[in-house]
Each structure stands twice: as structure tokens, then as C-alpha cells.
Design a protein around this ligand. Structure first.
Ligand code: 4AD
Ligand code: MG
Length: 476
């Protein structure tokens, strides 16, 4: 007898054919109807069990989360809610999940509770949907770039340079903590360490991706990045995945065009390929909102929001315009912002949310930031005060993308590094890109989990990565 995924079975025409389905029991209703799920789709296969035909010992082991195989006949369903059902003729129990000890019940659990059960939460409808969508988005990333002639580049995870300055780093070392070798001056003697120098987990693959762009033309990275900042928010992880395209011969405008086109493409890909999962997540939020006050509910459903983003241009404004808008805003005048608004200050999450959610009500690209609040490698604009940097802000999420045109003039770059205390010796190879065949180039970084948050409508970044790493949290 042939076996098929439940995804495939649900698409079959029921003609009384015999087949095998395998999966985990979602529910067993009235000791007669099994809702079986194998992870291939959010939808369950209804299995009809005639109790009298099976040993009681089998029936007793059909519990929520038990793993089973069913041999049976596929027929048109008599009941509502599904088109086909499988009439069970033979049931194999691979593994029972004894309901007296199994931690998840066939009822709604809080996301916080499920986070503690990350090894089981993927079996729930919500997390199944989230992680299938995560896969689809990852696939779409590769497809987008591959179809456009980009090369996937693997940049190192262990890095010898702390130069990016994107955040605190996790040290990589094999030196002992007690009796750490010291230099004569009493400092840690990194020469005795594994790599003969200080090394850390990377915060970004950008600097190495620039090497790729200046040789292969168009490259992208897609890998894990690590930041040891102590931010316990719903938007920060200590280990997250970043996508960083880097392109030769484009400027900041080309960079913004690429980013906008790319984001729309991957969202559209998820809409086209994950319709059932998105419909489930959309309904999930609608259900949650039932108990909320009207003004706290979303103006648009999840799928409508995604559609809106793919079908409309992102708003593009300069940092200077953004500051002026904020200075004219109600919350500023009513002193409702916690952080100051002034030219030269960083835009905080509250300011970004105002721009996106109140002022423009769509994704916003802010460009040309003051050079003093941005990284050393960003190209200094003609005004001498700003750099060709851009952030893309999304409704409900804030910053999803950070990018820039890179400083390709050696003298300007050296001056910036000196001003910002970036050690030249560490980045000699980066500087040589500007000595030999330098050219305009630009790129950006998309925080993958933040994008998944947006597409799934989930509220906490720890719920869109299978095993989140955050301060004081590295279980599993
Ligand atoms: O803005 P960031 O720090 O930019 C860079 O790292 C550049 N090297 C990118 C480039 O130009 N190639 O980070 C890029 C994005 C942010 O916009 C955000 O979406 C995400 O990475 N991000 C995080 N996501 C989850 N947890 C964190 N702690 C994050 N920090 C940044
Ligand atoms: Mg940033």
C-alpha cells in the first residue's frame, strides 16, 4: 500500500483507494474521529474509526500527540469541514503520548507556556504555520537572488574583527578562565589563544560580503549573526538570521529599490505559497481581538496588510524630513515621547512607530542619517554632515532593514575610522578594496525574524525561531 503526506491526501479525489497516512493525533473525538496531522499542512486528515473493529489497547493509545499510522480507504467525507476522510482498517501505534503526563492538552495554551515547551510547540497549529512560513520565506530569499544573478556567499561565523560596531559580541576562546595566560603587562595573552588573536561570533557578514561584491558583482549572505546586547524586547534575539545582499556599481537609490522589490517579492511568495497557514494565523489574531476594545484592534487583517504592503510604494523620506515631521507631531507637542527629538539624535522605536503607523500608515524608508550616529563604512554625502544610509521601517515591527552605500574613497574612509576609533590594522584587507579597483557599491541587512514577525502577525520574536537565544535563555 502506498503512503502519502496528508497534504497530498487532502488534494486527492476520493475513489475508495487504499492508502497509508502517518502522523500525530491532534484530537480523538467521540472515540470515532481522529484529526491526524503530519506537519505537511495546517489541515488535518479526518480518520474514521469503528471502535468495534479494533482492540481496546489500540483505542486507548489514540491520544493527543500519539504517533500513528493508519491504513484505510479514502472516501468522500459525509461530515462538514473536509472533503475526504480515511476509513481506518488498520492502525499502528508508533508511540503513545499518555495524556496523564503529556504537557500539552488539546486546548489553547499561552505562547509563554509553549515557549517553555519549544520541543513540542511545533506540533501545534500556530507554530506549525509559523515554521512552514519561515521555510517559505527562506526559500523565497534564495529564489529571489538566484533568479537575479546573485551568488550566495558564506561569510565566516567566527570573526577576527570587531569593527562593524553593530553591538556587543560573544567571545570565542579556548583559553582557560582560571590561570588565563597573561602578558608581562598583565593583559590576557591572546597570542596563546586558539587562533592566536581575539575572536568573536560575527554580528554581520557585511564586511566580507563587500569583498564578494567587489569580485563577483552581486552577492548575498544568509546566515546566523550574534549580538550580546542585553535587550530583553519582543524584537531582539541574541542569535538571529540576517540576509545581506551587497552589490557593486549601485548607489543608495539602487539599494533602496533593491530592498523594496525584494521585500515585496518574499511577502508575495509567502502569500502565494502559504495561503492556508496565513488564513489560520489571520483568524487566530481576529479571535484574540474579540476581547479587545475596538480602538486596540487592527485596522486591517493580516492578509490584507500583506497585500497592502506588496501593492503600494514604500514612503521614502530623509532623516531631516523625519525629524521635522516628529517635531510637528501631536505626541511631541504633548511631551508623550520618552526620548528627545532633535537633529542629530537617533530615531527611537517610538519615533519610528509614529512615522509608520500614524503619519504614513505604510512602510517607510528613512535615508541620509547624520554621520555621527552611523557606522564608519557608510558613504559620506556631499553635505559632509550625513551619510548615504537607509533604514526600512515596518508597521508593528519598526526597523526591518538597515543598509547603506559604502564609503569607497580611501582617504575619506581612513578619516572616518580615525574619528571613530576603528583600528586600521584589523581592517587592512577592507582598506585594500579601496586601494585596488575601488568602485561604488551598496547593500543592506534584513533581520529575517523581524520579517517573519511581520508576515505571520506574531507578537514576539521568540515565537518565530524554533529555539530562541536571548539573555538568560538558551534551553534546548
Ligand atoms: O541595522 P543592522 O545592525 O545592520 C547591519 O548589521 C549591517 N551590517 C547590514 C548591512 O548593511 N549589510 O542590522 C540589520 C537588521 C536590522 O534592521 C534588524 O532587522 C535586524 O538586522 N536586527 C536584529 N534582529 C533580531 N535581533 C536583534 N538583536 C537584531 N539586531 C538587528
Ligand atoms: Mg540598524
Amino acid at each position: 500500500m502506498d503512503k502519502f503526506s496528508i497534504q497530498t491526501i487532502l488534494g486527492m479525489e476520493p475513489k475508495g483507494q487504499k492508502l497509508i497516512a502517518q502522523g500525530w493525533v491532534r484530537t480523538f473525538r467521540s472515540n470515532r474521529f481522529i484529526a491526524l496531522n503530519d506537519g505537511s499542512t495546517i489541515n488535518n486528515l479526518q480518520v474514521v474509526v469503528d471502535q468495534d473493529q479494533f482492540d481496546e489497547s489500540i483505542i486507548k493509545q489514540i491520544n493527543t500527540s500519539s504517533a500513528i499510522a493508519v491504513e484505510g480507504t479514502l472516501v468522500e467525507s459525509q461530515g462538514r469541514g473536509q472533503t475526504v476522510e480515511l476509513i481506518a482498517e488498520n492502525i499502528t501505534i508508533y508511540g503513545n503520548a499518555d495524556p496523564s503526563v503529556y504537557p500539552l492538552q488539546p486546548k489553547k495554551h499561552s505562547l509563554e507556556f509553549l515557549r517553555e515547551k519549544a520541543h513540542l510547540r511545533m506540533r501545534t497549529s500556530t507554530f506549525g504555520a509559523v515554521f512552514r512560513i519561515r521555510h517559505a520565506l527562506a526559500f523565497a530569499v534564495h529564489k529571489y537572488f538566484n533568479d537575479r544573478g546573485f551568488f550566495y556567499m558564506h561569510t565566516p561565523i567566527i570573526t577576527g574583527s570587531d569593527a562593524e560596531g553593530a553591538g556587543e559580541m560573544f567571545r570565542v576562546t579556548t583559553l582557560p578562565f582560571d590561570n588565563t595566560p597573561r602578558t608581562e603587562e598583565g593583559n590576557v595573552d591572546w597570542k596563546k589563544d586558539f587562533f592566536g588573536k581575539e575572536t568573536n561570533l560575527t554580528v554581520s557578514g557585511q564586511l566580507e560580503a563587500e569583498v564578494g561584491a567587489m569580485s563577483l558583482g552581486k552577492v548575498y549572505t544568509f546566515g546566523p549573526t550574534f549580538r550580546a546586547e542585553n535587550s530583553n524586547t519582543t524584537r531582539h534575539l541574541s542569535e538571529f538570521w540576517m540576509i545581506e545582499p551587497e552589490v557593486a556599481f549601485i548607489d543608495i537609490n539602487g539599494d533602496m529599490d533593491l530592498a523594496e522589490d525584494f521585500l515585496k517579492y518574499i511577502i508575495k511568495y509567502a502569500m502565494d505559497n502559504c495561503a492556508d497557514d496565513l488564513a489560520f494565523l489571520d483568524q487566530r489574531i481576529t479571535d484574540l481581538e474579540k476581547n479587545m476594545k475596538k480602538e486596540d484592534r487592527r485596522e486591517m487583517g493580516l492578509i490584507d496588510t500583506l497585500k497592502f504592503v506588496t501593492e503600494n510604494d514604500f514612503q521614502r523620506i530623509t532623516y531631516t524630513e523625519a525629524v521635522n515631521i516628529l517635531l510637528q507631531s501631536k505626541p511631541y507637542k504633548k511631551k508623550q515621547f520618552e526620548y528627545p527629538v532633535a537633529w542629530g539624535e537617533a530615531l527611537q522605536a517610538e519615533h519610528e512607530r509614529y512615522l509608520v503607523e500614524k503619519e504614513f500608515r505604510k512602510p517607510v524608508i528613512v535615508v541620509d542619517y547624520p554621520k555621527d550616529i552611523k557606522a564608519f563604512y557608510m558613504k559620506v554625502n556631499e553635505d559632509g554632515k550625513t551619510v548615504a544610509a537607509m533604514d526600512i521601517l515596518f508597521p508593528g515591527i519598526g526597523e526591518v532593514v538597515g543598509g547603506s552605500q559604502r564609503e569607497d574613497r580611501l582617504d575619506v574612509l581612513l578619516k572616518r575610522m580615525e574619528d571613530m576609533n576603528v583600528p586600521e590594522e584589523e581592517l587592512w584587507w577592507y582598506l585594500e578594496l579601496r586601494k585596488f579597483g575601488t568602485a561604488p557599491h551598496a547593500g543592506f541587512g534584513l533581520g529575517f525574524e523581524r520579517m517573519i514577525l511581520f508576515v505571520t502577525g506574531m507578537g514576539n520574536i521568540r515565537d518565530v525561531i524554533p529555539f530562541p537565544r536571548a539573555p538568560r535563555s538558551a534551553e534546548f
